[in-house]
Design a protein around this ligand. Structure first.
Ligand code: NAP
Length: 316
């Protein structure tokens, strides 16, 4: 039987790469220079029947069109914004992703970023390391996280996990989603503006779509206000980054904890000197445990596909 040709669109996880290489015929996209990638796809178009993508590089319309034998796109992550779902549907290409296994880590990081930004953990760590504690005395007072009202934009798998964790800190929870959830008593706001005006810590946990691009605009940031905290563990383009930078520089927003940025791998350098901002390089799911679980889910889905068994985690 012809071995499944799998294009790995980006360097993701060494275990996943080794297993794809062992079980299938692997094509490493990054090994061809950017200017020759179209040619690379044309040359291998007869063999490639699967694409494994990441939050950085998925399967766009051009890639899908250059691969006439493509049958399945497997997305290493739950966010599908780098996969052209419409083109996949039109072409009858199946799509799988890795929901649930990413939830705990991403929710843990959201709480970590909120506390780190409010308690100035990163800045006070620098203060100790550069000798300031010895030379200048105690670090300044910071803001308490426990008991603050946490607003969640997108009460899905991750949003609910953030809510559960924040409840453990005695935080009242409110949220905004496309629809009100009957299974919770959390306060629902139909608009993100109302949510921002009524919470102290706003956590972005919705998918990136045309509707949610720049959903955190200047008006929302102003509603959150000089004591408000923004945590983004969704996607960078959810936030109008220019407005966020200007609000933080002017003291119009209290603090921010950011895992994702509008132009990754670039983060706004104007924020590097601010003590009330914590910046991490899109590490939401990057633990050994979760990376392995995501890789196994991708591999099991591809194995199911080649042996005509039902897919484990299909988008469609
Ligand atoms: P999910 O279970 O599908 O939940 C998404 C939630 O967002 C749903 O509650 C949905 O509301 C809501 N939503 C969708 N469109 C909205 C809109 N226009 N306005 C308000 N809410 C809206 O997805 P998940 O597993 O929680 O993941 C959420 C996102 O987190 C992913 O798409 C991904 O981009 C991001 N993520 C980031 C990392 C990271 O490393 N930083 C890791 C994992 C995931 P309804 O239920 O009302 O439809």
């Amino acid at each position: 039987m012809e071995s499944l040709g799998v294009l790995l669109a980006a360097r993701i996880d060494p275990y996943l790469e080794a297993e794809l290489d062992r079980r299938f015929k692997l094509f490493r996209f990054w090994e061809s220079p950017p200017a020759q990638r179209r040619e690379f796809l044309r040359e291998n178009a007869e063999a490639i029947r699967a694409v494994v993508g990441s939050p950085a590089r998925g399967a766009d319309a051009e890639m899908i069109d250059l691969l006439p034998r493509l049958e399945i796109v497997a997305n290493f992550g739950v966010g599908l914004d780098k996969v052209d779902l419409r083109r996949c549907r039109e072409r009858g290409v199946r799509v799988v992703y890795t929901p649930d296994v990413v939830t705990d880590d991403t929710a843990d990081l959201a709480i970590g970023l909120a506390i780190a930004a409010m308690r100035r953990i990163c800045d006070s760590d620098r203060y100790l390391r550069d000798g300031s504690w010895k030379d200048k005395g105690d670090y300044k007072l910071t803001s308490k996280f426990s008991g603050k009202t946490v607003g969640i934009l997108g009460l899905g798998r991750i949003g609910q996990a953030v809510a559960k964790r924040a409840e453990g800190f005695g935080c009242p929870i409110c949220y905004c989603s496309r629809s009100e959830k009957r299974h919770t008593n959390y306060k629902y706001y139909p608009s993100v503006l109302e949510l921002a005006a009524n919470c102290q810590v706003l956590v972005v946990a919705c998918p990136l779509t045309e509707e949610t691009r720049h959903i955190i605009n200047r008006e929302v940031i102003d509603a959150l206000g000089p004591k408000g905290v923004l945590v983004n563990i969704g996607r960078g383009p959810h936030v109008d980054e220019c407005e966020l930078v200007s609000a933080l520089l002017d003291g119009q927003l209290g603090a921010a904890g950011l895992d994702v940025f509008e132009h990754e791998p670039h983060a706004p350098e104007q924020l590097f000197g601010l003590d009330n901002v914590v910046l991490v390089p899109h590490i939401g799911t990057d633990t050994l445990e979760t990376s392995k679980a995501m890789a196994d889910l991708i591999l099991e889905n591809l194995e199911a596909h080649v042996s005509n068994r039902p897919l484990l985690t299909p988008v469609f």
